[in-house]
Design a protein. Sequence first.
Length: 135
Amino acid sequence: QLFDSNLHILHTLSTWDSFILRIFYKSKNEINLAAAELHVTTLDGVCLMKCASYGDRNDRISLKAGRGHIDFVLKNIDLAAGRYELGVGLAVAGLRWLCFVRVPLEIAERDVYNSGFPPTVAKKYVVPQFQWVCE
């Protein structure tokens, strides 16, 4: 489930939006050393973003027995408007996947550079925050 930074449901995700992705789980047992991973790939399989709790940041994640959720927080999604694939998984850290789900991801157009030309996948995938400065 997608939320904005104020935990309101996010119906549309646009270039440079910040968001929270809530991952719900159900576990028979408590898992003290768990890991979560998020991938964004192009439709032809090129990985554009991989965010792992274990190995990238070493965030400590424990899954309690029963039902629970984990939140993935991204300050800005630097992707151009277009269609992608989102993959999200939970694992026993460094050992095995517990689950991994892939779903379509659509990024809506936003004219982030105020140029009249919203960045789209036809031109580029990554939309960095930059500026040219002349002396």
